[in-house]
Design a protein around this ligand. Structure first.
Ligand code: CTP
Ligand code: MG
Length: 173
């Protein structure tokens, strides 16, 4: 198989990475769960999932997709027409934030405190959401999926370490 394929995959998943990263700098203020508690008495999602962060994450990911449609037309979902590519860009971004919030929902159910580390869930829930929302468009062979999981895990780890060093994030995960 041609390793260039991996480069194509990274271009196609890139809006999800941006959507997942932007809330760290754009977040704050009211939470998307409106402080609502679940049946177990714990917060539905927690204070780490804010309206501002979610909105700007989805918007930034969507805009990234639009830029890729024009800048890398042969790499970013080349087989689809313009409106489908717009839809894919939105679904990648929305899926990332949805998956990340679903991860927080699970963390709260398992009793993790806001911001507490949950290995693998913290790094991969956004990817699961993105791929779930775009599964009918994304070229996902088993090898492609394994590559995306490993790469996304590592890049999430590295970017969070950097964000911590830059004082953008309280914790290095
Ligand atoms: N963030 C946000 N809105 C989101 C996701 C993240 O505002 N939808 C911001 C918050 O400031 C959050 C930070 O980005 O604290 C880091 O995000 P993340 O690690 O996903 O959340 P945690 O604070 O660790 O919360 P949780 O335990 O629920 O994962
Ligand atoms: Mg966290």
């Amino acid at each position: 198989m041609n390793p260039i394929i991996f480069l194509y995959l990274l271009v196609m998943i890139f809006p999800a990475y941006i959507a997942n990263a932007i809330p760290v700098i754009a977040g704050g203020g009211g939470s998307i769960d409106f402080n609502i508690k679940f049946l177990d008495g714990r917060r539905l999602l927690g204070k780490g999932k804010t309206i501002r962060g979610t909105f700007w994450g989805i918007a930034a990911g969507f805009i990234t997709g639009i830029v890729l449609i024009f800048v890398l037309p042969t790499m970013f979902f080349p087989l689809y027409d313009f409106s489908t590519k717009l839809l894919i860009s939105f679904l990648l971004s929305f899926g990332a934030l949805f998956g990340d919030s679903a991860g927080s929902f699970l963390k709260r159910r398992f009793g993790f405190k806001d911001g507490q580390q949950a290995e693998y869930l913290d790094q991969l829930s956004f990817l699961a959401g993105s791929l779930l929302f775009t599964y009918s468009y994304f070229p996902l062979t088993p090898i492609n999926l394994v590559f995306l999981i490993i790469f996304s895990y590592l890049i999430h780890k590295i970017t969070n370490l950097i964000a911590h060093r830059l004082n953008l994030k309280k914790v290095p995960w």
